[in-house]
Design a protein around this ligand. Structure first.
Ligand SMILES: Cc1ncc(COP(=O)(O)O)c(C=O)c1O
Length: 389
């Protein structure tokens, strides 16, 4: 491999949420942090080079968005997903969740119903409720060791909603939705007049042989009735850059969203935002291929290890991204006891499955985007705790 994902990098002193949150959440710092969804690998070197180069000029003034930034997004989505985008359809947003929150404010009203499908990335629920919208839950169905959408329930619950937030691919669980599923929800949402936000932040981390399908490529109706949120932040490990984009194909939606953004100048970005996105998308293919192969290796390792040493903890193999959903229901513990087991016995900081919605009870989310030796140490701590149960 050209790039080194085995290198252990000390993140102390960088105000990393993954480390700083340990004391706050679990009251102790002796835990291996495998929770917050960023990677412990170095951000791709061509991104760091672009940032360093910019620092050679000592003036951090107001920064415009160069054409090359837009072009890099256009090229990337065309190359990877056959998605045709024009410059005017690209709207910078300072992060995906901020973008979803802003678009929700721009395009829906207080009290409006918003549907999400738990277990799901919890800020979807926070952003809905904190913006005084009404949360409607359509839990995913657990079938043959994986999730699928409950279409019958979806068809009923979506009635009267103004917005559906699709997680595509889905976190947690790492589900790459099938074309038929996306087509069905696209048709239902179009028929019911429900707008779709498709959060595709994990798309670039889709693990071969699975293939990501952008919601907007499903049909012309889906394209005109949705906003797609994308970013290189997960795939190239640069979430601290808060540089994401909304792809808005429908001119009327675009105009309403832009008016909202411009009213408070919410799309200014910062000196490093556009050049880091451009560097990722212009030079990222080889790095990403190797990173995905490394992640796949970590998933294989955890899967094989747990089968042998902790068979009641089942690995739900992600089809996308580096977050493994661990099915711990056979351990027959309450969620509180399960959390205590991971923290106090195994000394690991994972995400509590129930935080993604009550259907996540009995599960834990494990981030394996760390050097193999860290994952090996984590697994050996887990096996020891499991043996002592
Ligand atoms: C599905 C999903 N959307 C959004 C985010 C966060 O994006 P941002 O930091 O750009 O708001 C995450 C982070 O884990 C995520 O999993």
């Amino acid at each position: 491999m050209k790039y080194n994902f085995d290198q252990v990098i000390d993140r102390n002193g960088t105000d990393a949420v993954k480390l700083d949150g340990l004391k706050e959440l679990w009251g102790r710092t002796d835990l291996i942090p495998l929770w917050v969804a960023d990677m412990d690998f170095a951000t791709a070197p061509f991104i760091l080079d672009a940032i360093k180069k910019r620092c050679e000029n000592p003036i951090m003034g107001y920064t415009s968005k160069p054409d090359s930034y837009f072009q890099s997004i256009i090229n990337w989505v065309k190359m990877r997903y056959e998605l045709d985008v024009e410059k005017e359809m690209i709207q910078f947003v300072p992060g995906i969740v901020p973008g979803i929150g802003m678009a929700m404010n721009a395009l829906t009203e207080k009290g409006d119903k918003v549907l999400v499908q738990p277990p799901v990335y919890h800020p979807f629920m926070w952003v809905t409720e904190r913006n005084d919208r009404t949360l409607i839950l359509n839990p995913l169905k657990w079938e043959n060791g994986m999730y699928r959408m409950d279409m019958d329930a979806f068809r009923e619950l979506i009635k009267g909603c103004k917005l559906f937030i699709l997680c595509n691919p889905h976190n947690p669980g790492g589900v790459v939705w099938k074309e038929e599923e996306l087509r069905e929800i696209a048709e239902i949402c179009d028929k019911e007049g429900v707008l779709v936000f498709s959060d595709e932040i994990h798309a670039d981390l889709t693990l071969p042989p699975h293939r990501h399908r952008p919601f907007a490529t499903i049909s012309e109706k889906a394209r005109m009735n949705s906003i797609t949120f994308m970013s290189p932040s997960k795939a190239f490990n640069m979430p601290g850059m808060t540089a994401s984009h909304a792809l808005i194909f429908n001119p009327a939606l675009r105009q309403r969203f832009r008016k909202f953004m411009e009213a408070c100048e919410l799309d200014l970005g910062h000196a490093f935002a556009f050049l880091s996105v451009e560097a990722a998308y212009s030079h990222g293919t080889e790095w990403l291929d190797q990173c995905l192969a490394y992640i796949q290796g970590n998933i294989d390792y955890v899967d094989a290890f747990l089968k042998e040493h902790a068979p009641k903890i089942k690995v739900v193999r992600p089809q996308a991204s580096y977050l493994i959903w661990l099915d711990c229901r056979e351990m027959e513990m309450s969620q509180e006891a399960l959390n205590k087991f991971f923290v106090d016995k195994a000394h690991l900081a994972l995400n509590d499955g129930a935080m993604f919605g009550l259907v996540g009870t009995g599960f834990m989310r494990l981030n394996v985007a760390s050097p193999r030796c860290v994952i090996e140490k984590a697994m050996s701590q887990l096996a020891e705790a499991y043996e002592n149960l």
